[in-house]
Design a protein around this ligand. Structure first.
Ligand code: ADP
Length: 540
């Protein structure tokens, strides 16, 4: 007969994370870029005090456990306090992506039944536009000191964060409750249909934050300084705002300044060792570093995900700058990172180029997450690195139901991701495409991601995107968009010849469109929908 273990059943709660940092790493710094420019710095002990003050302030406004408090904010120290003050009180922090269309923002705020909104001054015009359509929001709180408060017509009173929290006590006893209680809410970007809400539990976030710090994932310790460029307004900034205090790592929050120069300067000044962000951010950073012939003096490692990191970029980081790229995969529905690539001793014995090719895949599942690839009938395909199908995931921090959703998305206990992938014999997963982006040509699949990565290896190409365009004979054929690097040119014939050395002949795009820039959406991904709207015709 099975026996029950005789260990304590202490709940995994988010409030414990910041209290751990305050007790064990009290003097470790949090450095934060204010929305109006200067750097602000304090310690984890101060941050915990700020979170407790906020908890008292929210209770003073009449907010209660279970209430949803939204945020539209950059990565900064007040937002960090909100991560703890809101969730720690038993309320739910609803991180809203400011780059969503205002109609979508209105939809998700109402759908969430949000009672209050914390926002950065940058977003005052956005708030002015949406506030009249969000009747459940009773408190509009600007994350600002008194000197930098915006005036927003129609919002009265407009509450200032510092003015609200300053008079409050920094003594607050965090409530204890079931670890499955909701802590945070984030909506998918809703490229098809309405955005869907993913309601994270304390347990999911704490477990994922621990997993994210493990040596094979981001490897975060008290010797590190970590700068999350990934936004706190989307997918919990990959749980770094929890993992850094958990590990006692110094935390550097870049605020609104995400250009190459600002990031480079902050990394150097604060001696950052680890960062994390989407590939387009690293493209900007590398362009700045290369143009100015700079070096990274402390940066060792960067986590990349959100879209595929081209192999050419991985090679530049690793070979020219000695910065290791850890390429991972995750989605709103997986709380943060679900797979991550770290080279094993076996990989490290291979030539450099082969190592980079392995990093260009999305890695192994993090312990706790199971992955498999299935065919259209739902049967698991072999782990041979070439048989493609839909990626399925399950685990303690993977969504079970959408918030107020009618039907569970699960199929036989697994979450279907909508991504097409392969898994090889070593367990390394590679995203080949999203189901909605893959190009079906003559009954075979062409990976838009592989074509884009091949094009970005061309020295004059800054960004590439490929869409499928209807074709009378082949069903669909690839159409490629190229944004050249500033001041550089490349012509179609040359590019196609370059690609012909890298991909199968029948994969070559039927046409190439040159553009100044590609439309990039709220989460740093190229908006292929936009391209389809303007160029989704038929090849003759
Ligand atoms: P959306 O892109 O709709 O806003 P998410 O922000 O949740 O949704 O992004 C999740 C999606 O991003 C994944 O389903 C996958 O298609 C893509 N993605 C994430 N990481 C990677 C990666 N490393 N390589 C390729 N695609 C990725």
């Amino acid at each position: 007969m099975l026996q029950t273990g005789l260990m304590m059943n202490r709940p995994l709660l988010i409030s414990a994370v910041i209290e751990h940092a305050a007790a064990q790493y009290r003097d470790v710094e949090v450095v934060s870029r204010e929305t109006h420019g200067p750097l602000f710095r304090y310690t984890y002990a101060d941050c915990a005090k700020g979170a407790r003050k906020l908890a008292n302030a929210l209770a003073g406004l009449g907010l209660a456990p279970g209430d949803v408090v939204g945020s539209i904010a950059w990565n900064n120290h007040r937002h960090l306090e909100a991560y703890y003050g809101v969730s720690g009180s038993g309320m739910v922090i609803h991180t809203c992506n400011p780059r969503l269309h205002p109609q979508q923002l209105i939809y998700i705020i109402n759908h969430a039944g949000q009672k209050a909104m914390l926002f950065d001054a940058t977003f005052a015009p956005l708030i002015k536009g949406i506030a009249p359509h969000c009747p459940s929001v009773k408190h509009w709180i600007c994350l600002s000191d008194a000197a930098h408060m915006p005036a927003i017509e129609g919002i009265d009173p407009l509450i200032g964060y510092d003015a609200l929290t300053a008079p409050c006590s920094d003594d607050f006893t965090w409530p204890e409750f079931d670890e499955n209680t909701a802590a945070a809410l984030c909506y998918t970007s809703g490229t098809t249909g309405h955005p869907k809400g993913v309601l994270y539990s304390h347990r999911a976030i704490v477990l994922e934050a621990m997993a994210g710090c493990m040596p094979n994932v981001l490897a975060v310790s008290c010797r590190d300084t970590i700068l999350p460029v990934v936004p706190m307004f989307h997918i919990n900034a990959w749980c770094i705002p929890y993992g850094a205090p958990m590990s006692g790592a110094k935390l550097v929050l870049p605020g609104p300044r995400l250009d190459g120069e600002s990031l480079y300067t902050l990394m150097e000044d604060e001696k950052v060792t680890i960062s994390a962000g989407v590939p387009s951010i690293w493209q900007g950073l590398l362009a700045y570093v290369e143009q100015n012939q700079l070096r990274f003096s402390t940066m060792r490692r960067t986590g990349v995900g959100g879209s595929a990191m081209p192999q050419a970029l991985i090679a530049r980081f690793a070979d020219e700058y000695q910065v290791e790229v850890r390429h991972g995969w995750g989605m709103t529905e997986t709380t943060a990172v679900a797979t991550m690539g770290t080279l094993t001793p076996r990989d490290l014995a291979l030539p450099r180029e082969q190592q980079h090719a392995i990093v260009a895949r999305q890695g192994k599942s993090v312990f706790g997450v199971d992955i498999k690839v299935v065919d259209e009938a739902g049967a698991t395909v072999p782990r041979d690195g070439s048989t493609q199908g839909e990626l399925m995931v399950r685990g303690p921090w993977i969504v079970r139901d959408y918030f107020k959703g009618e039907r569970s998305p699960l199929q036989g206990g697994w979450f279907p991701t909508g991504d097409i992938a392969t898994i090889d014999a070593q367990g390394t997963m590679q995203i080949r495409d999203r189901t909605k982006d893959v190009i079906k040509s003559g009954g075979e699949w062409i990976s838009s991601i592989d074509l884009e990565s091949a094009a970005v290896a061309h020295p004059a190409v800054a960004m590439a995107a490929v869409i499928g365009v209807k074709h009378p004979k082949w069903d669909e054929r690839p159409l490629m968009f190229i944004a050249p690097k500033p001041g550089q040119t490349v012509d179609k014939e040359e590019l196609l010849a370059f690609l012909a050395d890298r991909v199968a002949k029948w994969w070559l795009p039927d046409d190439v469109v040159f553009v100044d820039s590609l439309p990039v959406g709220g989460t740093g991904k190229v908006q292929k929908e936009e391209l389809r709207k303007t160029h989704g015709g038929v090849f003759r």
